[in-house]
Every structure is written in C-alpha cells, then in structure tokens.
Ligand binder design. Structure first.
Ligand SMILES: Nc1ncnc2c1ncn2[C@@H]1O[C@H](COP(=O)(O)OP(=O)(O)OP(=O)(O)O)[C@@H](O)[C@H]1O
Length: 253
C-alpha cells in the first residue's frame, strides 16, 4: 500500500483549527411533520479528530449530520464552519449508512467521482488506483461495484469520499451492517484519514466503536443535546441519566 501521506495529499492547505472550532452549531431547531425533531442544539464539533454523535433511534442524529453536510436548512439557528467558504462541497464529505454506488466497476466509480471533484482526466486513473490501494481494493478494481461484498462496498464509498480531500468527513453509521473484520478495516481507514488531518464526525450506535475512535461524544436524546463530553468522561462518568442508561444497555423509554 502507498503511505497515507502520499495518498490523501491535500488539494489545498488545511487551516489551523486550534483557534476556531471547525463546526459551530448555535440555537438550532429543525421541524419535520409539524414537530421539532432538533431543538436548541448548540455545540462546537470537530475540535478533536473524531467526534461521535450517539443516542437512541429517532434522537435526530442523521438529521443533524445532514444539516452539517448542507443537505437542508434548519428552521432557525446557524451552523458555521472554520473554513470561510464552507460548506463548499469538496471540503465536507458525507458517507451514508448504505453504500450508494454506480452500476460500474469499482475503478470507474472512483474516476467518475474524481471528475466531479475536478481532478484532470490525465490524473484520474492513477489517483483512483491510489485510492483503491488505500482501501485495500486494488484487486477489485475491475469488478462491478455493486457485486462487491458489503464491507468492500463501504470501503469503496469511504475512499471515494476521501478522494475529495475533505477537511470534514461525516459518517452515518458506516459499519452498522458489517462484521467485525470489515468494521476493523473501516475503522483503520478512518484512523488513517484522521492521521492526515481530516476531522471526522461519526454517527454510531456501536459503543465499542465510539470508545475506539472518538475523542468527544455528543449524546442526543429526543432531538436535544443530553450531553457533550470528552470520551473518557462520557464513558466513565456520564452526567446525563439518558447517556448513563444507554451505556448500561438499559431500555430508557
Ligand atoms: N420528513 C420527516 N417527516 C417527519 N418526521 C421526520 C422526517 N424526517 C425525519 N423525521 C423524524 O425525525 C426523527 C429523527 O430522525 P433521525 O433519522 O435523525 O434519527 P436518528 O437519531 O438518526 O435515528 P436512528 O438511530 O434510528 O438512525 C425521527 O423521529 C424521524 O421519524
């Protein structure tokens, strides 16, 4: 495999993010079907390399991620980015829970995406091969993407997103349908991306995954922030009753 620093070479210089939180969410409300599904969300995200958004089904995790990605507007409140021109599409990449791939080979899925990202035709194939290598998919280059295993498809989706050299990678339960081996491969990819300075916001129900990857946890309950803490504090001494019950595996209704 190529070295990570060769692979995700940045299309632009990353800003120093220590002074400004990459994502600043303030007083955010979102209504759907006549009800508020996100309420009074105020949080700085992306200060650590991996932020996990956790919470029970229906808590609003996916909707919050979509708003951060620029897919839709809140009813009120703001989402501001450390990058002056964000959300510019190539600075923020979103990977959905289920892979969405074209009916083409793995390689062609990547060259197609790279064309969208503005990579010149002459560089596309070499870059796509680098990305396949990064994802451990070199020998799958010419296989129809939709014939790949679930784990391979998700790896392909992830390296396709990284091909945009994003500053911020948004992942919505990227391993929810995968077995431990495939999950480990995805987590390794995420860690290699963060080693390149990519900030990750990860929605996950997998407590073990959050422990392995995340430095801070935003816990949502009923569309509100129940807790936002550094990971060790969240796991050892959660301050909200909801998070404590969730971590104990109790059914908090
Ligand atoms: N278009 C819509 N109309 C009405 N309600 C909606 C709409 N879209 C989402 N919702 C509701 O918003 C709530 C939050 O949904 P969201 O998908 O963000 O939850 P989640 O925390 O990601 O859940 P899960 O863990 O099950 O994926 C849910 O109760 C959902 O039914």
């Amino acid at each position: 495999m190529v070295e990570p620093d060769r692979l995700i070479r940045l299309a632009h210089t990353r800003p120093t993010l220590t002074q400004h939180p990459p994502v600043r969410i303030a007083d955010l409300y979102l209504q759907r079907g006549g009800q508020y599904i996100l309420r009074d969300i105020t949080a700085n995200l992306g200060l650590s390399d991996v932020t996990a958004i956790m919470g029970p089904n229906g808590a609003g995790k996916t909707q919050l991620l979509r708003l951060i990605a620029g897919l839709g507007q809140p009813d009120s409140g703001t989402i501001k980015f450390a990058w002056p021109d964000a959300p510019e599409k190539h600075r923020i990449a979103l990977v959905f829970q289920r892979p969405v791939l074209l009916r083409r080979s793995a390689l062609a899925n990547l060259t197609h995406a790279l064309a969208q990202y503005g990579v010149t035709r002459t560089r596309r194939t070499a870059r796509a091969m680098e990305l396949l290598d990064f994802g451990g998919l070199t020998d799958r280059a010419n296989i129809p993407a939709r014939a790949l295993s679930g784990g391979e498809q998700q790896r392909l989706t992830l390296v396709r997103a990284l091909g945009a050299a994003p500053d911020l990678l948004l992942l919505d339960e990227p391993t929810s349908n995968l077995d431990p081996r495939s999950t480990a491969a995805i987590e390794a990819l995420i860690q290699r991306a963060t080693a390149q300075g990519v900030r990750v916001i990860l929605v996950t129900h997998d407590i073990g995954q959050a422990r392995r990857l995340a430095k801070d946890i935003l816990f949502l309950q009923d569309g509100q922030v129940a807790e936002h803490s550094p990971a060790p504090q969240f796991f050892d001494t959660p301050t909200s009753a909801q998070a404590a019950a969730y971590l104990r595996g109790e059914l908090y209704l």
